[in-house]
Write a protein that binds this ligand. Structure first.
Ligand SMILES: Cc1cc2nc3c(=O)[nH]c(=O)nc-3n(C[C@H](O)[C@H](O)[C@H](O)COP(=O)(O)O)c2cc1C
Length: 243
């Protein structure tokens, strides 16, 4: 299955075989990370693949592997990681490897990331992955529990269907799209900003939705920020796209 088709079939897997993926497969996943397009090429980030015993998480399920993500704290850093690692998520799922973003987890050893190497970066997010057990992909778009196109966009633009069904933290779907000629301005809901965790997670969500739009429009996708974006009550500006 290619990365466009998998957008309409993927899901978050929470049941995995304990078996480790082969070194070859892990290498292919690493390659997909290095080949992913960033949203903000200037933002420094790094990652490390770690195992089940290397993480702390209150949830009652475990995966055999996790990608721990590190970044410098700057504007757009979380959107950038959402964008990059959702491309990786789609790659994995297109190869039959299950995955799930994991905002509730963190490395057991705070020193897992060598602080002497990059003092300006910190751990921010994980992506769990492995061979799914007793769980199948979605077979019908109706299986996605999501807002309607009319709820997430000023125009019922079917090109945004891929973003509509993107994964988000607690399925919060914080995105809103505003059309302006051939430009689409992208906004995030402010509702959760006061929440200690969810406001930050929503920034990943925005990068994730943009990654789905990119995966569908690889040749034409452009992302940029405009100087004086229109204000939309209840939302803040993330950036603008042309597809
Ligand atoms: C940034 C982010 C963080 C998430 N954190 C968790 C988590 O900690 N635990 C979990 O079980 N699922 C987590 N999820 C998965 C979401 O609950 C899931 O994407 C959403 O409910 C939509 O379901 P789907 O991915 O199967 O389409 C997270 C998703 C995102 C995008």
């Amino acid at each position: 299955m290619d990365m466009k088709d998998i957008i309409y079939r993927r899901k978050s897997f929470r049941s995995y075989s304990k078996e480790l993926l082969s070194a070859d497969i892990l290498q292919e996943i690493e390659k997909s990370i290095t080949e992913a397009k960033p949203l903000y090429p200037h933002i420094k980030f790094d990652w490390k693949i770690i195992g089940t015993d290397d993480i702390k998480c209150v949830q009652n399920w475990r995966a055999p592997h996790y990608i721990a993500m590190f970044t410098e704290e700057t504007d757009g850093a979380r959107e950038n990681l959402g964008f990059i690692f959702q491309q990786v998520e789609l790659y994995m799922q297109s190869k039959g490897i299950g995955s799930c973003w994991l905002g509730m987890g963190k490395p057991a050893d705070a020193e897992i990331y060598n602080p002497d190497k990059h003092t300006d970066m910190q751990f921010v997010m994980m992506l769990a992955f492995g061979t799914p057990e007793n769980e199948a992909y979605r077979s019908d778009i109706a299986e996605f529990k999501r807002k309607t196109l009319a709820e997430i966009s000023d125009v019922e633009d079917t090109r945004l269907e891929c973003a509509r069904i993107a994964p988000s933290a607690v399925n919060s779907q914080p995105w809103y799209f505003v059309h302006d000629g051939d430009i689409i301005h992208v906004y995030c809901i402010t509702k959760y900003l006061i929440h200690k965790v969810l406001g930050k997670m929503n920034k990943f969500d925005m990068g994730i939705a943009l990654a789905h739009i990119y995966a569908e429009n690889k040749e034409t996708f452009e992302f940029f920020r405009t100087e004086n974006p229109k204000e939309i009550k209840g939302y803040y500006y993330i950036g603008s796209i042309k597809i």
